[in-house]
Structures are given as structure tokens and as C-alpha cells.
Write a protein that binds this ligand. Structure first.
Ligand code: PMP
Length: 392
């Protein structure tokens, strides 16, 4: 089955923020497995953790205590507002867990028979059936009906839209168990959350005992300049999910929650591979390297440098680029609606010139490099982006 639209490119090797194709051509990687290769490629700390854990004990069942899982949970809890962690294998799976948790919370704590979860229009939460239903972009729903019941959608960063959605749902009493939002919408066009909006959402959730779930799959694990996007926003969720950058390239997802809403009990939810010694040891190496190499400071500095560079390029092409937006090392150059240029065209031209970029929708060119990217590499990315706009 042809499930992926692919570029004619075969990557065979990587080191740091660079990758090479099967012809030996070098590329600067500002895709990083789509915001996943936190430490870049072949980082010694990951290689060491992979080798060490694979040669000791790669997998055991969750029937037994897994120390690496305990250590990773401890790190995540010490570096966030969460009290409890559950591990799985992907972002979609972490969100499925969050959805189940929210429904059980709705049933058992709020006494709601058919709990509804409100998500944002233009959001993206994954491709499994509940996660794709949560996703607020109709193009991902097409031909997959019947979708999962119990979801409603409100415009992002729009408090009036959210309030009227809640009011409509709750005409006859409580219906809403959770509001689920990305701190910054990644697939929806690298659109950062508004602080005042999120503060107001937090207040609404507190007043109505609704859970605030944040999907940190794309923006979490340091990419925003803080470990979590919600720390960048200054608003604490009750529940949040992580994946992608959490494993730096190995498949791991996490569902994190505060104690008071940790309603899942033994027998409610599980995953065979979830949190096995191998992935947890590698993920822990990613977490510790973020600290040891002071990567958050690098993300902040390189992010500012990138946005300044992109803004200067945007000023050269005012008829093409509308504006540049983002946090830390998740940034988008937004192409004007009335410009003929599309994001995919820019991405193709940059690829020919040795720079990997990825669209976020038809009109946004996304830059999500490894968190280890250097100042010289950022300059190179900006130069190549400039050349791509000039005509490739
Ligand atoms: N949530 C967000 C915000 C994402 O960006 C993605 C992936 N693009 C997912 C969930 C799904 O993650 P996965 O592909 O690991 O299932």
C-alpha cells in the first residue's frame, strides 16, 4: 500500500545535524525525523545507552518492576508538574491513553454518562481512531467514518469559541470531561498557543473540574526552549502526553498525569512494549544529555538566531513570506495566502541545495532541527532558505 507520499531521497547515514544519502550527498537536517531526533544522529550518549541496554536486558514484561522505567518516570516527574507516568510506544498511543483517562475521569469523578472531550480546530493528535477523531482537521477524517463519538471542536486561541462550545454541550448539565490542546500547533502550521488564552482555559477547567490535557508530542522535550511547551506558556495541564523527541529516535510515548486525576488502575490499560528497559534507558540518556550539554540554552539561543535570520530573509521577499513564528527550535515561515509559492515547492528547492525542511500544511515551511544544532549550521540553513526563495 502506498501510504506515504515520498521525496525521491534515500538517507543512509547521519551524524549530529547532518545526514547523507545513498549517493554520498550531504544534507543539513532541519526535519530531524519530524521533531524527533533530539540529540541529532548517532549521538555517543544514545549509542552507548543502546549498546549497553541491548547487551544487558532489552525487554521484560510489565508484570515486573523495570528500574529504567522508574528512573525515566522520576526524571519526567522531577522536570514537570506531573506525579505519575505511563509509557507506551508513540504519540497517538499516548493520546489514546489520555482519552481513556479523561473518559474514566468523566464517568467516575464528574458522573457524566457520555463524556465529551473538546479539542481545537487545526489540531493534530495522531492517526489511530480516537486520536484521529480528536484531530481537528477534516482532511484526516475523510472516508474513515464512523469516527469515535464524544469529541467536539473549537477554534484554537479563541476563548469565546471555547466558551460557546461548552455552553452548547452543557445545556442540560455537565458533559465535558476534558479540553485537549497542543501548546503550539505543529501540523496545524507551527502556530504557538496564546498565553492569555491558555490561562483562561486553565481557569475554566478549574471552575468546572474539567481536565486540561496538553499534547506535548511535537513541542515537548526541550524543543520550545523549556522542557515542556506548557512551561513556555506558563500554564500547568492536569494531564499531558509526550513521544517523538522523548526517545530521540527510539519509539516511546508517555502519558503523564497529576495524582488527583490518575484514575487508571491495574487492568484498565497496558502495552506490551511500553516502557521496556531498552527504550527507557535510551530515553533517559536523551533526558540526561539535555541537562549535561545545556541544550535548553542552545535551543533558546539558536531559536532566536533562526527566527532573526528567517525574518531578515522574509523582509527580502515580502510578496512571498508573510511572517515567521515559533518557539525555540520549532519555527515556521508562513507563506502569504496570495503568493503562488507553496511550502512543498520551497522544501523541494532546499532539498536540492542540501537542506531538509518539512511543510506544516500547504503554506508553512517548518524548521525542526536537532536540539544540538550549531550557530554555523543555523546560518547555513538561513542562507539555503534564502536561496530556495530566490529560485532554488
Ligand atoms: N500529537 C502531535 C502534536 C503530533 O505532532 C503527532 C505526530 N505528528 C502525534 C500526536 C502523533 O504521534 P505518532 O506519530 O508518534 O503517533
Amino acid at each position: 500500500m502506498k501510504t506515504y507520499g515520498r521525496f525521491p531521497l534515500t538517507l543512509v547515514r547521519g551524524a549530529g545535524s547532518r545526514v547523507w544519502d545513498d549517493q554520498g550527498k550531504e544534507y543539513l537536517d532541519c526535519v530531524a525525523g519530524i521533531a524527533t531526533c533530539t540529540l541529532g544522529h548517532a549521538h555517543p550518549a544514545m549509542v552507548q545507552a543502546v549498546t549497553q541496554q541491548m547487551s544487558t536486558l532489552a525487554h521484560v514484561s510489565n508484570l515486573y518492576y523495570i528500574p529504567q522505567q522508574g528512573d525515566l518516570a522520576t526524571w519526567l516527574i522531577e522536570n514537570s508538574c506531573a506525579d505519575k507516568a505511563f509509557f507506551c510506544n508513540s504519540g497517538a498511543e499516548a493520546n489514546e491513553g489520555a482519552i481513556k483517562l479523561a473518559r474514566k475521569y468523566g464517568h467516575t469523578r464528574l458522573g457524566i454518562e457520555n463524556p465529551v472531550i473538546i479539542t481545537a480546530k487545526a489540531s493534530f493528535h495522531g492517526r489511530t481512531l480516537a486520536a484521529v477523531t480528536a484531530t481537528g482537521q477534516p482532511k484526516y477524517h475523510k472516508n474513515f467514518a464512523p469516527l469515535v463519538p464524544g469529541f467536539a471542536y473549537a477554534a484554537y486561541n479563541d476563548i469565546a469559541a471555547l466558551e460557546s462550545t461548552i455552553a452548547e454541550l452543557e445545556q442540560d448539565g455537565p458533559q465535558v470531561a476534558a479540553i485537549m490542546l497542543e501548546p503550539l500547533q505543529g501540523e496545524g502550521g507551527v502556530n504557538p498557543g496564546d498565553r492569555a488564552y491558555f490561562q483562561r482555559v486553565r481557569e475554566i477547567c478549574d471552575a468546572k473540574k474539567i481536565l486540561l490535557i496538553m499534547d506535548e508530542v511535537q513541542v515537548g522535550m526541550g524543543r520550545s526552549g523549556k522542557i515542556w511547551g506548557h512551561q513556555t506558556l506558563g500554564v500547568e495541564p492536569d494531564v499531558f502526553t509526550s513521544a517523538k523527541g522523548l526517545g530521540g529516535g527510539v519509539p516511546i510515548g508517555a502519558l503523564l498525569t497529576k495524582d488527583y486525576c490518575a484514575v487508571l488502575e491495574p487492568g484498565d490499560h497496558a502495552s506490551t512494549f511500553g516502557g521496556n528497559p531498552f527504550v527507557c534507558a535510551v530515553s533517559l540518556a536523551v533526558c540526561r544529555t539535555i541537562e549535561q550539554e545545556h541544550l535548553l540554552a542552545n535551543v533558546q539561543a539558536r531559536g532566536e538566531q533562526l527566527r532573526a535570520g528567517l525574518a531578515a530573509v522574509a523582509a527580502k521577499y515580502p510578496n512571498v513570506i508573510d511572517h515567521v513564528r515559533g518557539w525555540g527550535l520549532i519555527n515556521g515561515a508562513v507563506i502569504r495566502e496570495d503568493a503562488e509559492m507553496t511550502a512543498i515547492e520551497v522544501v523541494k528547492r532546499a532539498m536540492n541545495d542540501g537542506l531538509l525542511l518539512v511543510p506544516a500544511g500547504p503554506k508553512v515551511v517548518r524548521f525542526v532541527p536537532p536540539l544540538v544544532i550549531t550557530a554555523a549550521e543555523i546560518d547555513e540553513a538561513v542562507e539555503k532558505f534564502d536561496r530556495a526563495l530566490a529560485g532554488g
